[in-house]
Design a protein around this ligand. Structure first.
Ligand SMILES: Cc1cc2nc3c(=O)[nH]c(=O)nc-3n(C[C@H](O)[C@H](O)[C@H](O)COP(=O)(O)OP(=O)(O)OC[C@H]3O[C@@H](n4cnc5c(N)ncnc54)[C@H](O)[C@@H]3O)c2cc1C
Length: 391
């Protein structure tokens, strides 16, 4: 089988890359190992990341609007940041993007992809099912949008992340308890309240919410960290919710989040890497990266030049929009990981009780500067704190 652009990975980055390549006139195939049961992590995003990425939230998949986020310190102080956010039905969201891709002419295929051959003008990917080689697909440009393992890029000898050791391995549980989803703010724990690194709570309306732990430097088995956090979470919420001990866990998702990983090599001859595979963390930002990637892939096909030189335009465009944001995000998160509970408490305590955007002008400036850098996604809120602390 032959096509112009083959995108591997049918999630946020891959869906946008395929749609964008097809819109650019390329014959595009989008492949995933499991198209039937698409079930991805990431359900919360904020306007501060969605709007600049061109992501418009539609009512067909919106579950709840959030009023902002609250950052909680180990001794229970908190700082509240007003920011419009969204809890989305991720399956419906993906379905919506998938229909959009199909309407642009993207062809869908199912199977496990493996990079098999390379020359400077095309690549061949073999399609496997249950370890059996089914087919070969020859593409002018292959886009690796396969997520955190970046398998195809690595099979082609590329290292698309600059600090792969800093991937945060995560577990996110969907929880149920009367009224817990009615809370209005995303919540974010740091310090020893969040064993392993950071922990999050996102209210999903009614009785449902999600609870996540993100662990760095302790391997991929994060279950023990989740158990510890759950215990602390229940104790923390016991004054607000009676019977919280009986909170139900409905489902669990696991994965790796490249939030502290800077992108490395994103292009080679006939190959582009986008989204989590390239360390481009965050739902909306990975969608924007996918859009740029698909656009450049289509341009390369149209120009008849799919060599690294042409495709590196994607790296250039991406860096122009995002590089400094990711750099600042990493710097702030690295600062956070080295802070003691006392330091975090002092910082949050100093800001506690303030509605930040209504504060004096220096603080407001800091908020805007910080927000520019770090309102990328809930996961980078500590950046904002650091900027506030400086302000
Ligand atoms: C637990 C958790 C919670 C998160 N929550 C949020 C959040 O609330 N908000 C936010 O902005 N970000 C969040 N993130 C980060 C976010 O999920 C990612 O940064 C981003 O969504 C990654 O999307 P992606 O399209 O690159 O890849 P993924 O979503 O990882 O999808 C990769 C796809 O590729 C397919 N695939 C992989 N290998 C192959 C292969 N060899 N052949 C065929 N198909 C293959 C997979 O089946 C999958 O469908 C979270 C991350 C984690 C781990």
């Amino acid at each position: 089988m032959k096509c112009d652009v083959l995108v591997v990975g049918c999630s946020s980055a891959g869906l946008m890359a395929a749609t964008s390549a097809a819109k650019g006139g390329a014959a595009t195939v989008l492949l995933d190992r499991d198209l039937q049961g698409l079930s991805h992590t990431a359900n919360t995003l904020f306007e501060g990341m969605a709007a600049p990425s061109g992501v418009k939230i539609e009512s067909s998949y919106l579950i709840k609007e959030l009023q902002g986020m609250r950052i909680l310190s180990p001794s229970g102080h908190s700082v509240t940041i007003p920011a419009k956010g969204y809890f989305i039905d991720r399956e419906k969201f993906d379905e919506h993007l998938l229909r959009q891709a199909e309407s642009c002419g993207v062809e869908l295929m199912q199977g496990n992809a493996r990079m098999s051959e390379l020359d400077s003008s095309r690549r061949t990917v073999s399609l496997e099912k249950d370890g059996i080689r089914l087919d070969d697909i020859e593409a002018r440009v292959v886009v690796d949008a396969s997520g955190i393992k970046a398998a195809l890029a690595r099979q082609a000898g590329l290292e698309p992340m600059r600090h792969p050791e800093d991937i945060a391995w995560a577990l996110e549980a969907e929880i149920e308890h009367p009224g817990i989803g009615e809370e209005t703010h995303f919540q974010y724990w740091i310090g020893s309240m969040a064993p392993g690194w950071k922990a999050t709570f996102s209210p999903a309306a009614g009785d449902c919410a999600t609870l996540g732990v993100f662990v760095r430097g302790h391997g991929q088995n994060v279950q023990p960290y989740f158990r510890q956090f759950l215990k602390m979470f229940k104790s923390c919420k016991s004054r607000e919710y009676s019977g919280i001990e009986g909170l139900k866990i409905l489902s669990v998702k696991r994965g790796g989040d490249p939030i502290c990983v800077l992108p490395g090599a994103m292009a080679a001859d006939s190959l582009l890497v986008t989204g989590g595979s390239a360390g481009q963390s965050g739902l909306a930002y990975s969608m924007r990266a996918g859009t740029i990637c698909g656009m450049v892939a289509a341009e390369a096909v149209a120009a008849g030049d799919v060599a690294h030189g042409f495709l590196s335009r994607y790296e250039k465009l991406w860096k122009g929009e995002f590089y400094w944001k990711y750099r600042m995000g990493r710097a702030s998160l690295q600062t956070l990981i080295s802070m003691s509970d006392e330091e975090i408490d002092r910082l949050i305590c100093g800001l506690s009780g303030k509605t930040l955007l209504a504060c004096g002008s220096t603080l407001r400036k800091s908020v805007y500067a910080g927000a520019k850098v770090s309102l990328i996604r809930p996961g980078t809120m500590p950046d904002l704190l650091m900027n506030l602390a400086r302000g």
